[in-house]
Write a protein that binds this ligand. Structure first.
Ligand code: GLN
Length: 241
């Protein structure tokens, strides 16, 4: 069994050690004897959308987002088809914004998004910075997730869209409505950097299950000893209070 991960724009969209999320995905697979292949795709390079089980798009500032936006918009249809076909996807902050309908920056630029997520983002007048804790119902169970956010963009979900969770502490999507992130099928968008996955194994395993089930049907993952990860999350939760 192997998970095939496509890492989109790794050199442009990689702040707050987003790469740590890829390392965590790979490590939790290898602890379970599951193979992993990670391929990087930059501007002008298009993955074979059906060949990958997992797509990753990290965070980036407005400057990098501008460089990526047009290239990514041209790839939108393939990416959406892959998600509709059962692929998992994780997008963080600037990457999350670019997968919505559009992002309007403080400088007045409007970046067209991919439209995978029924949401749009507009720059706010203050930055939302700090530790963030949310309560999620991912996969049907209650899960506390912790991360670090730093964004001026305020994201608004369209009616009926499911947030990744409700903010316990921090700002979340827009500092107004108590939502954080979005989940659509196996695709997640979130403002939580961190890196996020090392201290949120429940989220990591949710994404791995989605990715693996694309080719292998319903999968139950072997339990791992998460005591270190849980301790790291507890520290982050405490810091957010
Ligand atoms: N440029 C975006 C914002 O500030 C995203 C920043 C990020 O990815 N940290 O809203």
């Amino acid at each position: 069994m192997e998970v095939k991960i496509a890492h989109l724009y790794p050199s442009l969209m990689n702040i707050y050690a987003d790469r740590g999320n890829i390392i965590t995905l790979s490590q939790r697979c290898s602890w379970r004897g599951i193979g992993v292949r990670v391929d990087d795709f930059g501007p002008g390079e298009t993955p074979d959308w059906q060949a990958y089980d997992f797509f990753y798009l990290g965070g980036g500032q407005d400057r990098e987002q501008l460089l990526v936006a047009r290239d990514l918009a041209a790839k939108g249809a393939g990416l959406i088809e892959a998600v509709l076909g059962g692929a998992a996807l994780l997008s963080i902050c600037g990457g999350y914004q670019l997968l919505g309908e559009y992002y309007r920056t403080a400088a007045g630029d409007t970046m067209e998004g991919v439209g995978l997520f029924k949401a749009h983002t507009v720059a706010g007048s203050r930055r939302c910075i700090g530790n963030v804790v949310i309560e999620s119902r991912l996969g049907g169970s209650k899960l506390k997730l912790a991360g670090f956010e730093n964004h001026s963009g305020k994201t608004y979900l369209e009616a009926g869209q499911e947030p990744l969770g409700r903010v316990v502490s921090g700002y979340g999507n827009n500092a107004e409505d108590g939502t954080e992130g979005i989940i659509y099928r196996g695709a997640i968008g979130t403002y939580m950097h961190g890196p996020l996955l090392p201290k949120n194994p429940g989220l990591t395993d949710f994404l791995l299950r989605v990715a693996l089930s694309r080719r292998h049907g319903e999968i139950s993952l072997a339990a791992l000893d998460d005591s270190l990860e849980d301790a790291a999350r507890a520290v982050a939760v405490k810091a957010a209070r």
